[in-house]
Every structure is written in structure tokens, then in C-alpha cells.
Design a protein around this ligand. Structure first.
Ligand SMILES: O=[N+]([O-])c1ccc(OS(=O)(=O)O)cc1
Length: 520
């Protein structure tokens, strides 16, 4: 090439790059950030509860700039099982966790061969990170192995070697970078773990029995201060975003917060700020975490092509003090019956917001039912990953709803699950709960039903369109509908299949009374 030809060549390429460069960069798969609040109720977010009394300006701003899912459900009414569903696209009751939650010393729940969202995204060129509360089990170097079962108790304090790596945690389940702690903020050990290594060996034992700031007795590292944990984690998340913003590969950050779960410990900046109670103040501090993340995305110039999800792991806990909040006319469960742990809507209907400025809908709302297990298939469609039959069998992509491509239902059935292992199935406006009471912590609790010999039908059928508060059990009036739903539920559970017909195995269903009620 002579000089003139080279000049023309460069000129043409320059123009091509100027013309198509922005498109090319927009076509880069989006960064994905999943913020999971802990025990935040549907009614605690102003954008979801017009009568709410807790100011949540940053969650509201996110909703105004994105899409609000008003009929979103966690796959369980409690913590660990919901987290299993988010990361695997699979209902927790197919795993070995049939009810309740794990402790801070429980073994890793996710089997090594099970594909997780970060593992899948890594095949699509993503950098992956987990920062926050894990609560999915992590294999500590427990020295008194004989007492193995004891470790699943929430107040367990086994003898552990904290100077060696903790195994089968986030790094073995697909996260390139990890920082967090093992259980809940009220379950020992109170130790940060970074890339599998405890950051410090704990040398002291702490306990708090204060009404709101309660946490169970356990070993605590000097760098682990309960009241600082929310901001420590947020600082790590901000730092991760800043370090990864300019890289050529997109990133996925899974950011499960320990708040507003107990211990309810708002910092002085937030104490008294909500004019409700300490729980309300703590919710405002969670809202401020959303501010910090969104501001970081803006300052790094990556907010347009970042898909930001904000939701909660189950409904609001009674520990928020519903009676105290009632005095200021605030209901964390909004119009829904019950609380965290229940099969009622208050157990698992959660605020769910997706903000993706460059491609997603803005200031929009959808009442299509989604489940937290749907995250896997959504990320798969987003990045062009073909899900094999052996993965994520309870996951349906909600990408069309996020982008507004169409407004069709993405799932025919959704299965709900409560803390005691009870099931419900939702189809359209119909909901069948296969238990007499709440299946959780609200009246009538399973023990109330038994103790008071309550004469309740074995199952509950509600039409949520006419009866959002689940007050009129239609089981006697509509046995045909109940039978139909029970049959559908049986098929989903027993066949070990999702409604899409992907064959999967279930772990240990034998002797499980809630299953027997459905099977027989
Ligand atoms: O003590 N319980 O019954 C209990 C404790 C924790 C819990 O779930 S978690 O979300 O707080 O971990 C559920 C039940």
C-alpha cells in the first residue's frame, strides 16, 4: 500500500469505528448486579405500597427508571432455600433442604455437579463475584466431627480450625471473587471469609440479647463488628464495581445483604430517620445501599448497560414488630396475609425491581407472576446460553417482560413453599395451599391447629383476584378446581419435572408428610 492508500484505509476504518463503536459497546452483554435484601417486606418499599410510611427514595427511583414486578415470589418463605433457588434455578425442595434454614456451620447445600448462575455466566465470558451473606452452607474444618448433626442447630458452636480455607463455598460454585460471612448476621461464626480464607481467626465470643440487636452467642473476629457489616459489604461491592467497570468482559455481582434482618442495627446516621421504628430506620439504611450502588454505576459510566435487580429473600419477619409499626399505620406485608415463613402471600410475595436503562422498560409495572428461580433462565436468554435438560428446571426467562417485547405469562404454574415444608400452587388467580394453617409463623400455626383442635379443612383454595387477603377458603365450594391444582402440583413434584418437562431427580422425598398429602 502506498501512503495515500494507507491514509484512505485508516480514514475508512476510523469512520466505521465511530459509526459502529457505540453500537458494539451497547451490544456487549450487560453487567448484572443482584441485590438481595434480607427479610424486607413487600409493603416496606414505597413504590409497592402507596400507604407505606418508610421513605425509600432510592428503591423508588430505581422502579421509576425500570420495571416493577407486583406479583413476584420467592421460591420459599425463608432464607437458605430461596437462595438455593436463585443460584440454581431450581426449587429448594428438590435438594436435601426440605424445610427450615441452615446454620452458620452447616455443610454446603449446593451439590458440586449442580450448575449455578455464576458458573453459567462464566461460560458466557463474565467475571463473577459474591459479596454478602451466604447462608447456603460452607464446609468448615470442624474438628469434633462426631457432633456433626449438632452443627445444623442455629446456636451451634463446634470446634473449628479457622486458620485453613473453608471448602465448597462460593468459589467452588462459580464465583471468581468472594467476600462475606457464612450464615445469617445472628448466627455464629461472626467471621469474614475472603476467597475461602477467614480474614482473621476469631479469638473472642460475643452475644447480644437486646430486643432488636439480638444475635446468638458465638466466636467473633476483631474485624467483624455487627453494626458495621452492612456498610463493610457495601464498600466491598462499590470497590468491586469500580475495579471491573472498565474491563472488556462484563461482570456479575451477587450482593445478598444481611439487612433489614435481625440484628436490627441502624447506624447513628439512620437512627430515628424514618419516624417509624428501628426496623424502619434500618430499611432506610438498606435504601441507602441502593443509592450507593446506583451512584457508583453512574460515576463509572456503566449504569446504562447494567441490569440491576433488587428484591428480598422472603416476606417481612415479625421481628420488625408489626404492632409497633401499626401505630404509625405501616404494614410491612401491605394487603397480604401473614409474614416471613408462611405459605400465605406475606411469606413469599416480595418487591422485585429490574433497572436496565439501555434496553429495559422504564417507569413500568407488570402483574405477571414471576419466581426468584427465574433468574437463571433470564441470564441464560440474555447471554445466549442454551440450558440443558439437567439444569435450572424451575426457571423461566422474564427477559420479554423486562424489555417489554410482549406481555404474556411466562409461567403456567408457580410452586410456593413454607418454613415447615408445606406447599402451595398458583395458577392465574387461583392458589391452592396444601395445609390447614399458615405453614409458618402466623396464626393459625401448625401447632395451633393441632393444639386447639381447629376444625379446618386440610387444604385452602383462594381466588386472589376477588380475595387478595386470603380470607375466604373456597375449597368446599370449588372442589374441582382444588383437585385440578393438586394434580398439577403432584406432577411437578413427584415426576421430578418442571412444567417444561425437563427430567430431574428429587433428593429424598420419603417420609415427608407434606409430600404425602399431595401424593396420596
Ligand atoms: O429460629 N428460627 O426459627 C429461625 C431462625 C432463622 C430463620 O431464618 S433466617 O432467615 O433468619 O435465617 C428461620 C427460623
Amino acid at each position: 500500500m502506498n501512503k495515500k492508500k494507507i491514509t484512505i484505509f485508516i480514514f475508512i476504518w476510523f469512520n466505521v469505528l465511530v459509526a459502529f463503536g457505540p453500537i458494539a459497546s451497547q451490544d456487549k452483554s450487560p453487567n448484572i448486579i443482584y441485590i438481595l435484601a434480607d427479610d424486607l417486606g413487600y409493603g416496606d418499599v414505597k413504590a409497592f405500597n402507596p400507604n407505606g410510611k418508610i421513605p425509600t427514595p432510592n428503591m423508588d427511583a430505581m422502579a421509576a427508571n425500570g420495571i416493577k414486578f407486583t406479583d413476584a415470589h420467592t421460591s420459599s418463605a425463608v432464607c437458605s432455600p430461596t437462595r438455593y433457588g436463585i443460584l440454581t434455578g431450581r426449587y429448594n425442595w428438590r435438594s436435601s433442604l426440605k424445610s427450615f434454614v441452615l446454620s452458620g456451620y452447616s455443610k454446603s447445600l449446593i451439590k458440586q455437579e449442580r450448575t449455578t448462575v455464576p458458573e453459567m455466566l462464566k461460560t458466557q465470558g463474565y467475571a463473577t463475584a459474591y459479596i454478602g451473606k451466604w447462608h447456603l452452607g460452607w464446609d468448615w474444618a470442624i474438628e469434633d466431627k462426631d457432633a456433626n448433626l449438632e452443627h445444623n442447630k442455629l446456636n451451634a458452636n463446634p470446634k473449628v480450625d479457622f486458620s485453613v480455607p473453608v471448602k465448597n463455598g462460593p468459589s467452588t460454585h462459580g464465583f471468581d471473587y468472594s467476600f462475606g460471612f457464612c450464615g445469617s448476621l445472628d448466627m455464629a461464626p461472626y467471621v469474614y471469609i475472603e476467597n475461602d480464607m477467614p480474614t482473621m481467626v476469631p479469638t473472642k465470643t460475643t452475644i447480644s440479647v437486646d430486643e432488636k440487636g439480638i444475635w446468638r452467642k458465638g466466636l467473633t473476629s476483631d474485624d467483624f463488628v455487627h453494626a458495621n457489616v452492612l456498610q463493610d459489604l457495601t464498600d466491598k461491592a462499590v470497590d468491586y464495581i469500580e475495579k471491573n467497570a472498565k474491563k472488556t468482559s462484563p461482570f456479575f455481582l451477587y450482593f445478598p445483604l444481611p439487612a433489614p434482618h435481625t440484628p436490627i442495627l441502624p447506624t447513628t446516621e439512620f437512627l430515628g430517620k424514618s419516624n417509624t421504628n428501628m426496623y424502619g430506620d434500618f430499611v432506610m439504611q438498606v435504601d441507602d445501599v441502593v443509592r450507593q450502588i446506583r451512584e457508583t454505576l453512574k460515576s463509572q459510566g456503566i449504569s446504562e448497560n447494567t441490569l440491576l435487580v433488587f428484591t428480598s429473600d422472603n416476606g417481612c419477619s415479625p421481628k420488625a414488630d408489626f404492632k409497633e409499626l401499626e401505630k404509625v399505620d405501616h404494614d410491612p406485608s401491605y394487603v397480604y396475609r401473614g409474614t416471613k415463613a408462611d405459605i400465605f402471600e406475606g411469606g413469599h410475595r416480595v418487591p422485585f425491581i429490574v433497572e436496565w436503562p439501555s434496553k429495559g422498560l422504564k417507569n413500568s409495572s407488570t402483574d405477571k407472576v414471576i419466581c426468584t428461580t427465574d433468574f437463571f433462565a433470564t441470564c441464560a436468554e440474555l447471554t445466549g446460553y442454551q440450558i440443558p435438560d439437567t439444569e435450572a428446571e424451575d426457571s423461566y426467562s422474564m427477559l420479554s417482560l423486562i424489555k417489554g417485547d410482549n406481555d404474556e405469562d411466562i409461567r403456567e404454574y408457580t410452586v410456593h413453599h413454607s418454613i415447615d415444608g408445606s406447599f402451595a400452587i398458583r395458577q392465574g388467580d387461583w392458589k391452592l395451599s396444601v395445609c390447614s394453617g399458615s405453614g409458618g409463623w402466623s396464626y393459625p400455626r401448625p401447632q395451633d391447629v393441632e393444639k386447639e383442635k381447629l376444625d379446618l379443612p386440610d387444604m385452602q383454595l383462594y381466588n386472589l383476584k376477588d380475595d387478595i387477603g386470603e380470607t375466604k377458603n373456597l375449597i368446599a365450594a370449588n372442589p374441582k378446581k382444588a383437585k385440578e391444582l393438586k394434580k398439577a402440583l403432584k406432577k411437578i413434584i413427584l415426576d421430578g419435572r418442571s412444567t417444561s418437562g425437563k427430567n430431574q431427580e428429587n433428593d429424598g422425598m420419603e417420609g415427608w408428610k407434606q409430600i404425602e398429602m399431595i401424593v396420596n
